[in-house]
Design a protein around this ligand. Structure first.
Ligand code: F6P
Length: 367
């Protein structure tokens, strides 16, 4: 039966969003279905409703285009997270309006492409009667239910490349270079890029650090004749018994209590302390949103395509409330409720940490 399905991208932009759109539109067209893009994330479902028809003949070039042609939003009336990721109930009147507009648009299903925040909203939309299927997006790789989220590989590749590019300055000037990476409250990007990029110190939220340990590692390298050090620090890393470093500019009034904290600034804090303690010249680089831009890697394009195609299959099978996931070598699907609300962090006793330890990498508390 001919169907019209909707698709929206929610939360921060992420490499591969357009590749998912491409795959969903093509797979839907193959079944004779229409796809309608909802603009601006969930906000596009509220008055004035904003949509755009997605013709599969116009999908060429989207596989490698960064950002999202549907635009997105990580704030507004649908925000489902506040503070340091605490869940928030969306106003039932907003959910009812979204449901009414989905019906008016004739949508038989809605593909929600998002991370923990957007899929949490998706779950609340499902409970309000919108037939939702999810696709796991985030450079942070912190969602449950899937071995990896799309966007992560591209972010790690960029962060690794950044370490490669900073090494010459570090070695030529005998400096300590502190490189801050995204990831919110999970250290996946810093752990992967740090190991792949040859960082000697890697600081992640899962392992609160102390400066004695970091400086001992730097001085041990000095003693070996290695007068430079690369430090990869996740934005959510923090000193033992200290709070997260944030860079949330106040907006004033109720707005501040109603939004998520913005992490950032830890690299400067670490650099200042390390320079003061070791006497070594230290510089910082914050990779920031560069990690979300650019062309998705081959790996990301491939999982985006597989995820998009499987999302359409889920709709055909009426498996609403499910999220596509990767369980190598295959894609699979899991309940959205199993994937959200449980931050997936780097296991501190896992292979990644052990690999680093075997190589003499300092994780901030073990030197
Ligand atoms: O969740 C993706 C992410 O890039 C995080 O790594 C980062 O903390 C956050 O989004 C930044 O959000 P914004 O684009 O709102 O500054």
């Amino acid at each position: 039966m001919k169907q019209r399905i909707g698709i929206l991208t929610g939360g921060g932009d992420c490499p591969g969003l357009n590749a998912v759109i491409y795959a969903v539109v093509k797979a839907a067209a193959k079944r004779g279905w229409e796809t309608l893009g909802i603009l601006g994330g969930f906000e596009g479902l509220l008055e004035p409703v904003r949509t755009r028809p997605l013709d599969y003949l116009e999908m060429d070039g989207l596989l490698y285009l960064g950002g999202t042609i549907l635009s997105t939003s990580n704030r507004g009336r649908f925000a489902a997270k506040v503070g340091h990721g605490e869940a928030k109930q969306i106003d039932p009147a907003i959910l009812a309006e979204a449901k009414k507009n989905c019906d008016a648009l004739g949508l038989s299903a809605l593909v929600v492409v998002g991370g923990d925040g957007s899929l949490s909203i998706g779950l609340q939309c499902l409970e309000a009667g919108i037939p939702v299927v999810g696709v796991p997006k985030t450079i942070d790789n912190d969602l449950g239910g899937t071995v990896v989220t799309f966007g992560f590989d591209t972010a790690v590749s960029f962060a690794t490349d950044a370490l490669d590019r900073l090494r010459p300055t570090a070695t030529s000037h005998n400096r300590v270079m502190v490189v801050e990476m995204m990831g919110r409250y999970a250290g996946w990007i810093a752990a992967h890029a740090g190991i792949a990029g040859g960082a000697s110190v890697i600081l992640i939220p899962e392992i609160p650090f102390n400066y004695d340990s970091i400086c001992r590692k730097i001085m041990a390298r000095e003693a070996e004749g290695k007068h430079f050090t690369l430090i990869a620090v996740a934005e959510g890393a923090r000193e033992q018994d200290k709070d997260f470093v944030t860079s949330t500019p106040p907006m004033g009034g109720k707005a501040d209590a109603q939004r998520e904290a913005r992490l950032g600034g830890i690299a400067s804090v670490v650099a200042a302390e390390v320079q003061q303690r070791t006497g070594k010249e230290t510089r910082t680089v914050v990779l920031g949103h560069l990690q979300r831009g650019g062309v998705p890697t081959t790996f990301d394009r491939l999982i985006c395509t597989r995820f998009g195609a499987r999302a359409v299959t889920l709709i055909a099978e009426k498996k609403f409330g499910r999220m596509v996931a990767l369980r190598p070598p295959d894609t699979t699907d899991v309940a959205i409720s199993e994937a959200v609300g449980k931050l997936r962090t780097v296991p501190t006793d896992g292979d990644l940490i052990q690999t680093g330890k075997a190589l003499g990498i300092c994780w901030g508390n073990d030197w």
